[in-house]
Ligand binder design. Structure first.
Ligand code: AMP
Ligand code: ZN
Length: 113
Protein backbone atom coordinates (compact mmCIF):
# COMPACT_ATOMS: atom_id res chain seq x y z
CA UNK A 1 0.00 0.00 0.00
CA UNK A 2 1.63 3.21 -1.21
CA UNK A 3 0.37 5.48 1.52
CA UNK A 4 0.55 3.18 4.54
CA UNK A 5 2.89 4.10 7.41
CA UNK A 6 3.53 0.51 8.47
CA UNK A 7 4.10 -0.69 4.87
CA UNK A 8 6.75 2.04 4.63
CA UNK A 9 8.34 0.91 7.92
CA UNK A 10 8.38 -2.71 6.70
CA UNK A 11 9.96 -1.58 3.41
CA UNK A 12 12.66 0.31 5.32
CA UNK A 13 11.50 3.68 3.96
CA UNK A 14 10.77 4.98 7.47
CA UNK A 15 13.11 4.10 10.35
CA UNK A 16 12.00 1.97 13.26
CA UNK A 17 13.45 0.03 16.14
CA UNK A 18 13.06 -3.48 14.76
CA UNK A 19 12.80 -6.35 17.20
CA UNK A 20 11.85 -9.29 14.96
CA UNK A 21 11.22 -10.27 11.37
CA UNK A 22 10.53 -13.40 9.41
CA UNK A 23 9.05 -14.23 6.04
CA UNK A 24 5.55 -13.04 6.97
CA UNK A 25 5.95 -10.94 10.10
CA UNK A 26 7.65 -7.71 11.14
CA UNK A 27 7.82 -6.29 14.67
CA UNK A 28 9.14 -3.01 16.02
CA UNK A 29 8.96 -0.84 19.13
CA UNK A 30 6.03 1.51 19.49
CA UNK A 31 7.15 5.13 19.20
CA UNK A 32 4.95 6.06 22.18
CA UNK A 33 5.32 3.12 24.58
CA UNK A 34 2.52 2.44 27.06
CA UNK A 35 4.50 -0.14 29.03
CA UNK A 36 8.19 -0.99 29.58
CA UNK A 37 7.86 -3.37 26.62
CA UNK A 38 5.56 -2.17 23.84
CA UNK A 39 6.10 -3.89 20.53
CA UNK A 40 3.90 -3.66 17.44
CA UNK A 41 3.64 -6.96 15.57
CA UNK A 42 2.39 -6.67 12.01
CA UNK A 43 2.02 -8.91 8.98
CA UNK A 44 4.19 -7.88 6.03
CA UNK A 45 1.10 -8.25 3.86
CA UNK A 46 -1.14 -5.19 4.08
CA UNK A 47 -4.41 -6.01 5.82
CA UNK A 48 -6.25 -2.87 6.90
CA UNK A 49 -7.85 -4.16 10.10
CA UNK A 50 -9.24 -7.23 11.85
CA UNK A 51 -12.50 -6.73 9.97
CA UNK A 52 -10.63 -7.50 6.73
CA UNK A 53 -9.30 -10.90 7.82
CA UNK A 54 -10.37 -13.56 5.31
CA UNK A 55 -9.33 -17.09 4.45
CA UNK A 56 -7.02 -15.73 1.72
CA UNK A 57 -4.98 -13.59 4.18
CA UNK A 58 -5.46 -15.27 7.56
CA UNK A 59 -2.15 -17.12 7.15
CA UNK A 60 -0.43 -13.81 7.85
CA UNK A 61 -2.40 -13.40 11.06
CA UNK A 62 -1.54 -16.97 12.06
CA UNK A 63 2.13 -16.15 11.48
CA UNK A 64 1.83 -13.10 13.73
CA UNK A 65 0.54 -15.23 16.58
CA UNK A 66 3.22 -17.85 16.01
CA UNK A 67 5.78 -15.05 16.38
CA UNK A 68 4.26 -13.80 19.65
CA UNK A 69 5.91 -16.31 22.03
CA UNK A 70 9.27 -15.91 20.30
CA UNK A 71 9.17 -12.11 20.65
CA UNK A 72 7.84 -12.32 24.21
CA UNK A 73 10.72 -14.63 25.16
CA UNK A 74 13.28 -12.35 23.51
CA UNK A 75 11.81 -9.40 25.41
CA UNK A 76 11.99 -11.29 28.71
CA UNK A 77 8.25 -11.41 29.30
CA UNK A 78 8.34 -14.69 31.23
CA UNK A 79 5.72 -13.44 33.69
CA UNK A 80 3.09 -12.74 31.03
CA UNK A 81 1.95 -9.98 28.74
CA UNK A 82 -1.06 -8.46 27.03
CA UNK A 83 -1.89 -8.42 23.32
CA UNK A 84 -4.26 -5.77 22.00
CA UNK A 85 -5.71 -5.13 18.57
CA UNK A 86 -7.70 -1.97 17.90
CA UNK A 87 -10.10 -2.21 14.96
CA UNK A 88 -11.78 0.71 13.24
CA UNK A 89 -13.15 3.96 14.54
CA UNK A 90 -14.80 2.69 17.72
CA UNK A 91 -11.81 0.45 18.44
CA UNK A 92 -9.49 3.46 18.36
CA UNK A 93 -7.37 2.26 15.44
CA UNK A 94 -5.15 5.07 14.17
CA UNK A 95 -2.92 3.20 11.69
CA UNK A 96 -4.87 1.29 9.07
CA UNK A 97 -2.47 -1.65 8.75
CA UNK A 98 -3.47 -4.41 11.14
CA UNK A 99 -1.15 -4.58 14.14
CA UNK A 100 -1.04 -6.27 17.50
CA UNK A 101 0.29 -4.40 20.51
CA UNK A 102 2.46 -6.63 22.70
CA UNK A 103 2.61 -4.99 26.13
CA UNK A 104 4.55 -6.19 29.13
CA UNK A 105 7.23 -5.62 31.68
CA UNK A 106 4.76 -4.53 34.35
CA UNK A 107 1.52 -5.80 35.85
CA UNK A 108 -1.32 -4.60 33.66
CA UNK A 109 -4.36 -2.98 35.24
CA UNK A 110 -7.62 -4.85 35.37
CA UNK A 111 -9.44 -2.31 33.21
CA UNK A 112 -10.07 -2.97 29.52
CA UNK A 113 -10.29 -6.73 29.83
P1 AMP B 1 -3.46 2.01 17.07
O1 AMP B 1 -3.92 3.23 17.83
O2 AMP B 1 -3.92 0.72 17.63
O3 AMP B 1 -3.76 2.14 15.59
O4 AMP B 1 -1.88 1.98 17.25
C1 AMP B 1 -1.00 2.67 16.44
C2 AMP B 1 0.29 2.72 17.19
O5 AMP B 1 1.33 3.07 16.29
C3 AMP B 1 0.33 3.76 18.32
O6 AMP B 1 0.57 3.10 19.56
C4 AMP B 1 1.48 4.68 17.93
O7 AMP B 1 2.23 5.11 19.04
C5 AMP B 1 2.29 3.80 16.99
N1 AMP B 1 3.08 4.50 16.01
C6 AMP B 1 2.70 5.52 15.19
N2 AMP B 1 3.69 5.87 14.38
C7 AMP B 1 4.75 5.07 14.68
C8 AMP B 1 6.07 4.95 14.19
N3 AMP B 1 6.55 5.73 13.20
N4 AMP B 1 6.88 4.01 14.74
C9 AMP B 1 6.42 3.22 15.74
N5 AMP B 1 5.18 3.27 16.24
C10 AMP B 1 4.35 4.19 15.72
ZN1 ZN C 1 0.22 -1.30 5.14
Amino acid sequence: MADCLFCKIIAGEIPCSKVYEDEKVFAFRDINPQAPVHVLIVPRKHIACADDIKSCNSGSVKAVFEAVPKIAAEEGLSNGYRIINNCGEDGGQTVKHIHFHLLGGKKMGEQMV
